[in-house]
Design a protein around this ligand. Structure first.
Ligand SMILES: *[C@@H]1O[C@H](CO)[C@@H](O)[C@H](O)[C@H]1NC(C)=O
Ligand SMILES: *[C@@H]1O[C@H](CO)[C@@H](O)[C@H](O)[C@H]1NC(C)=O
Ligand SMILES: *[C@@H]1O[C@H](CO)[C@@H](O)[C@H](O)[C@H]1NC(C)=O
Length: 305
């Protein structure tokens, strides 16, 4: 798969040149945008940083620090993230996801002042703890997100969907056309990533995830239930196989995309998202992926007490 390193390196050079050539006029460029728009659209930087590092490290064995250091804005390096043992097919897709995330970071930072990458814990232990919480038991063997394709895809099931619901939730609160345009573009891509992950998992939906006695369907169901419980605002998350009542038009069990009774994407608030990504069910109590809390005005407003 060495063929990837050349186009990737070219692309990344372009990214750096572009950043370098325009960083001064961009920084602090939130003139004319309402403060609430700035806060709402800076918040997702937290998730975009997480996805950028998770995808980039898994596929390429390195992250923002070596590939696009400017985008980290001086924030600390992530803990425990590593290269995953992926097949060429899945690795190809994840490289594309990683580069897409670099673009998302750049787009948000170009439009708003932005904030540095928060401290993130993407270690096996973080993911193992999600899985243990999801199943309500210590799994027979600690879940390793980086072990193989299926584990990595299940771990990826955890990420873009949360971003997607956040963008849907932000939409009605935005005022400026610039912010609406950006959120539309980000939502489209996050939904696409989520759909790709879900499709790849759906193709393996009744496969047992070795060495566990649980199928892919059961993993997605348990993870979605955990997110619903942590979010504490009803059902906004659905696994790949549901009861027919929960499927599209209330009549089908296959659930390749998650949606409400009208098959519209569910919205989540920043508070709900913090409860989930902290793994604590409390936006004031950091943990899991963000051991010191997320960055930006919204997240910090809950950390100050
Ligand atoms: C595995 O799960 C199936 C159904 O979920 C159950 O019938 C079976 O007893 C389980 N096997 C073991 C070894 O736990
Ligand atoms: C969605 O449909 C289910 C099953 O028909 C029903 O129980 C639930 O109340 C509906 N939810 C909403 C928000 O209408
Ligand atoms: C969340 O954590 C804060 C700080 O520890 C605490 O004051 C608050 O009661 C908690 N909220 C809930 C719903 O548990």
């Amino acid at each position: 798969m060495m063929a990837f390193s050349t186009p990737a390196a070219v692309l990344i050079t372009v990214v750096l040149l572009f950043r370098g050539g325009s960083s001064t006029p961009e920084s602090g460029n939130s003139n004319g945008l309402p403060k609430s728009d700035v806060d709402l659209l800076e918040f997702p930087l937290n998730l975009e940083y997480l996805e950028a590092e998770f995808f980039s490290w898994a596929a390429l064995g390195r992250g923002l620090d070596s590939l696009a250091p400017n985008l980290a804005m001086g924030g600390p390096s992530p803990i425990g993230v590593q290269k995953a043992n992926l097949s060429p097919e899945i690795r190809d897709i994840i490289i594309q996801f990683a580069l897409q995330e670099f673009g998302h970071l750049r787009a948000i930072q170009r439009t708003f002042p932005g904030f540095p990458r928060p401290l993130m814990d993407l270690s096996k232990t973080s993911f193992a703890s999600i899985m243990n919480n999801a199943f309500g038991e210590a799994l027979v063997s600690e879940f390793d997100p980086y072990a193989n394709d299926i584990n990595y895809l299940i771990a990826s099931y955890v990420l873009p969907y949360v971003g997607l619901t956040g963008y849907v939730g932000a939409t009605p609160k935005l005022h400026s056309p610039i912010a609406k345009m950006l959120v539309g573009g980000l939502l489209g891509m996050e939904s696409g990533q989520d759909a790709v992950v879900r499709t790849l998992l759906y193709q393996r939906v009744f496969m047992k995830v070795w060495p566990y006695n649980y199928t892919v369907a059961e993993f997605t169901d348990k993870i979605s239930n955990l997110r619903n419980n942590l979010g504490m605002n009803g059902v906004k998350d659905e696994g790949l196989i549901v009861t027919p009542e929960q499927g599209a038009e209330g009549i089908i069990s296959g659930n390749i995309l998650a949606g409400n009774n009208d098959s519209l994407s569910y919205p989540r608030t920043p508070e709900e998202i913090l409860r989930i990504v902290y793994g604590t069910g409390n936006e004031s109590v950091p943990g899991l992926f963000y051991p010191k809390g997320a960055n930006g005005e919204i997240a910090k407003s809950y950390l100050s007490h």
